[in-house]
Design a protein around this ligand. Structure first.
Ligand SMILES: [Zn+2]
Length: 116
C-alpha cells in the first residue's frame, strides 16, 4: 500500500468515525432529554428501563467510535511522520494485509497478540 492510498483510506475511515461520534452524541443528548422529561415517575414508567438500556447501548457505541477516531488520528500522524506501517512496539513492518483490514493498526500481529 502506498502512503498516498493509506492516507486516503485513513481519511475516509476517519470521516466515517467522526460522523458516527456526532450521531451518537446527538442520540445520547435526545435520550438524556427524554429521561429528564419523564423523571417524575421513572420507577413506574416501563419506558424508563428501555431508556436506560438505550443509554448504555449508545454510550458503549460512542466509546468505541471515539477510540476508533483517536486510533485513526494517531495513524494519520504516523503517515505524516513517515512511521505509518511500522509497529509501534518492535519497529518491524506491519503486514500490508493487516493494514488493509485495520488501517489504524499500530502494532504488528505478533505484538498485538502479545499485548492483547
Ligand atoms: Zn511488533
Amino acid at each position: 500500500m502506498s502512503e498516498h492510498s493509506a492516507n486516503d483510506a485513513l481519511a475516509a475511515r476517519r470521516a466515517e468515525a467522526a460522523a458516527r461520534v456526532e450521531r451518537l452524541r446527538a442520540e445520547l443528548g435526545a435520550v438524556r432529554q427524554a429521561r429528564s422529561e419523564n423523571s417524575d415517575d421513572d420507577e413506574h414508567d416501563p419506558e424508563g428501563a428501555t431508556m436506560s438500556q438505550l443509554w448504555s447501548q449508545s454510550s458503549g457505541l460512542l466509546d468505541d467510535a471515539v477510540r476508533e477516531l483517536e486510533g485513526l488520528d494517531a495513524a494519520l500522524e504516523r503517515v505524516a511522520s513517515g512511521e505509518y506501517g511500522l509497529c509501534q512496539r518492535c519497529g518491524r513492518t506491519i503486514d500490508p494485509a493487516r493494514l488493509d483490514a485495520l488501517p489504524a493498526a499500530a502494532l504488528c500481529i505478533d505484538c498485538a497478540r502479545l499485548l492483547g
